[in-house]
Design a binder for this molecule. Structure first.
Ligand code: URA
Length: 230
């Protein structure tokens, strides 16, 4: 890829501005100043933008433990900050996208990548990849409600795909679903006459938050990425 395109994509300015950086000897590749804006970079090259060093990777995979209040959109709204504010120390924030958004009042696991084939695999309903949520609800649920969640409830005029329910105590469960419809879990609970009061995504498929603290992010390891494609 051309260096000016790579740097502009990362949001360090327009291609024209990047051209100026290059003219001003502000850009280096593997510690050598470069002078051409169409200089071709290769994976694993280290790009310096002033003092900042960035590895040029083809694909980026990371997970973020999102607190409530942040929105799953790259642009902040006046009353809600974008999740990108939590990735301030990650140089790739602008070139990766969320795989399965969370509502502003839902916390937990956000997977982010620029690898479209992984996104497709995770969100395609045909693949039946389960996403697990910790749910606290307002009213007790009966055995019948549980069975309804497990077999499918009516939301938006269609029936949800079967979910997995693990009871934690009388007002908390883990609910695993293989779809990702808009407000899906809240709507599923509404459909059984209940109300979600706390929602947190704890895992996607076999990937979990482990001990990643709220507000923090980490890159997936090479082993994890490999396993996602097996
Ligand atoms: N279901 C919801 O209702 N909200 C989310 O953020 C995720 C799943």
């Amino acid at each position: 890829m051309r260096i000016d395109k790579f740097i502009a994509n990362l949001w360090y300015g327009s291609r024209k501005q990047v051209g100026e950086y290059i003219k001003n000897e502000y850009i280096a590749v593997n510690d050598e100043t470069i002078y051409e804006k169409d200089y071709e970079i290769h994976y694993w090259d280290i790009i310096s933008i002033g003092e900042k060093k960035i590895e040029y990777k083809e694909y980026i995979y990371l997970l973020l433990n999102k607190p409530v209040w942040y929105i799953s959109s790259k642009k902040s709204e006046w009353w809600h900050p974008s999740y990108l504010e939590l990735l301030e120390n990650c140089p790739y924030g602008q070139i990766i996208d969320i795989v399965g958004r969370l509502d502003f009042d839902t916390s937990g696991f956000l997977l982010l990548t620029n690898d479209g084939s992984l996104t497709h695999k995770i969100i395609s309903p045909k693949k039946d990849i389960f996403k697990k949520y910790y749910v606290v609800w307002a009213n007790n649920i009966s055995q019948k409600d549980r069975e309804k969640l497990e077999s499918g409830v009516k939301i938006d005029d269609t029936i949800s795909k079967p979910a997995k329910v693990e009871i934690i105590d009388e007002n908390k469960i883990y609910l695993s679903i293989s779809e990702g419809r808009f407000h899906q879990i809240k709507k599923m609970f509404e459909s059984i006459g209940n109300k979600v009061i706390e929602l947190k995504r704890v895992s996607i498929w076999w990937l979990t938050l482990w001990n990643l603290p709220l507000w923090e992010w980490k890159y997936l390891t090479n082993e994890e990425v490999k396993k996602l494609f097996e």
